[in-house]
Design a protein around this ligand. Structure first.
Ligand SMILES: NC(=O)c1ccc[n+]([C@@H]2O[C@H](COP(=O)([O-])OP(=O)(O)OC[C@H]3O[C@@H](n4cnc5c(N)ncnc54)[C@H](OP(=O)(O)O)[C@@H]3O)[C@@H](O)[C@H]2O)c1
Length: 255
């Protein structure tokens, strides 16, 4: 598949999990990949090496998107590598927090919104000059933007603040799609259910695994590649008439 031949793509949080699988899928489609990472330098560099070993192009860049200057640091590095044209922007980097309502701290809340919402907001703002007709943005949202998961209850841990960041992102997706559409730029969300990564380590226990499978019509755990293939589709010209959408990739969760 070479649908992204001669295109440039930035994937945030590409060192691990869904971002890593997405970077590989976009590289397989022919794109030159900017592999963004926060702390996982070694993982990011091994991904760049893996893409290059297959004949692809990739560069690693680092920025902490939870800090106020993270977005500008990232976008400066991106522009110095790709020049004046970014074809695909995948906003994937994110953090989560599982705790009872009363155990969520102000610091947790601020970290979640800084990393998951403020970072992407300013990355898009600062990359506008290099996005043009035919470029597109894919935001990794979550099924929890649309539905409550887990067992609701004051004594039960919940990801409600994290879920709110994904709701905010999906609102931004619609606004970005409306604002950027006349310039020929598409913006979509991909909303995974439970995916087997470091973030969802509760699936490593039998109870957690059963809880995840209990929500789904399809009875296996979702894999990063299940999401990556849909991102690659959304980023390609095959999705040219889709914008402002949120595509569920959740094995039929909470039907
Ligand atoms: N796993 C799921 O079940 C699931 C379900 C729905 C949606 N999602 C969403 O999918 C996306 C990827 O999740 P994942 O499961 O692949 O998570 P993961 O395995 O924990 O990977 C998270 C990625 O985000 C990066 N990141 C986190 N904080 C960062 C920061 N402050 N600055 C820069 N990079 C940062 C990490 O980079 P470093 O390691 O280099 O710091 C890592 O590459 C997230 O937006 C998540 O909300 C996940």
């Amino acid at each position: 598949m070479t649908t992204l031949q001669n295109k440039t793509a930035l994937v945030t949080g590409a060192s691990r999990g869904i971002g890593r699988a997405t970077a590989l899928a976009l590289a397989d489609a022919g794109a030159h990949i900017l592999v963004h990472y926060g702390r996982s330098k070694q993982e990011a560099e091994s991904l760049v090496a893996a893409i290059q070993a297959k004949g692809g192009r990739a560069d690693a860049i680092s920025a902490d998107l939870g800090t106020p200057d993270g977005a500008s640091s990232l976008t400066k590095q991106v522009r110095s590598i790709i020049g004046d044209r970014l074809d695909v922007l995948v906003l994937n980097a994110g953090i989560s927090k599982l705790a009872r309502i009363e155990d969520h701290t102000i610091e947790d809340f601020d970290n979640l919104f800084a990393t998951n919402v403020r970072g992407p907001f300013f990355v898009v703002q600062q990359l506008l000059p290099v996005l043009g007709e035919g470029s597109n943005i894919v935001v990794i949202s979550s099924a929890v933007a649309h539905t409550v998961v887990g067992k609701p209850g004051l004594e039960n841990p919940s990801i409600l603040a994290y879920a709110a960041t994904k709701g905010a992102l999906e609102t931004l997706v619609k606004n970005w799609a409306a604002i950027l559409g006349p310039g020929g730029i598409r913006v979509n969300a991909v909303a995974p259910g439970v995916i087997d990564t470091d973030m969802s380590n509760f699936t490593k226990t039998e109870v957690g695994r059963e809880a995840a499978l209990g929500m789904q019509a399809l009875k296996r755990l979702g894999k990063p590649e299940d999401v990556a293939d849909v991102v690659a589709f959304a980023a390609s010209d095959a999705a040219r008439w889709i914008t402002g959408a949120s595509i569920p990739v959740d094995g039929g969760s909470k039907l």
